[in-house]
Design a protein around this ligand. Structure first.
Ligand SMILES: [Fe+2]
Length: 135
């Protein structure tokens, strides 16, 4: 599967959040890389755990700004984050339990979710955050 390449179209206009998105992309790309080579399930569950942890930290950053700046779509956005957390957590548990090759569906879910979420939902808060002095 092709890796995600970060370019300016991913920018949400907030430095801290852009760099967090880059870190998430870095972790997902590592997983996408494994798909091509021999699979070490421990490495996969490690990476999935890293990603779950980092995503959690990152979502908190976004949500904190949303609360501070009274972002009107906070609730909808938070629901999207929660849905992602639920899904990745179950991937983690599945991988740990079965110790088997990571399914292509998992990888494409992670990849598509991140790209879609960053390019649409996250972009929507750009104006609100920037107007509130968050760049
Ligand atoms: Fe988000």
């Amino acid at each position: 599967m092709e890796k995600i390449v970060w370019d300016d179209s991913f920018s949400v206009g907030v430095k801290k959040i852009d760099s967090q998105h880059k870190e998430l992309i870095r972790i997902i790309n590592k997983l996408l890389d494994i798909d091509k080579i021999s699979v070490d399930s421990e490495l996969i569950s490690e990476l999935l755990t890293d990603m779950t942890r980092y995503a959690d930290y990152h979502f908190k950053t976004e949500e904190q700004y949303m609360v501070e700046l009274n972002y009107p779509d906070y609730k909808i956005h938070k629901d999207e984050h929660n849905e992602f957390k639920k899904k990745t957590l179950s991937f983690c548990l599945d991988t740990m339990a079965h110790k088997e090759t990571i399914a292509t569906e998992i990888l494409s879910f992670l990849k598509n979710w991140l790209v879609t979420h960053v390019l649409s939902s996250d972009k929507d808060y750009k104006e609100c955050f920037n107007a509130g002095g968050v760049y």
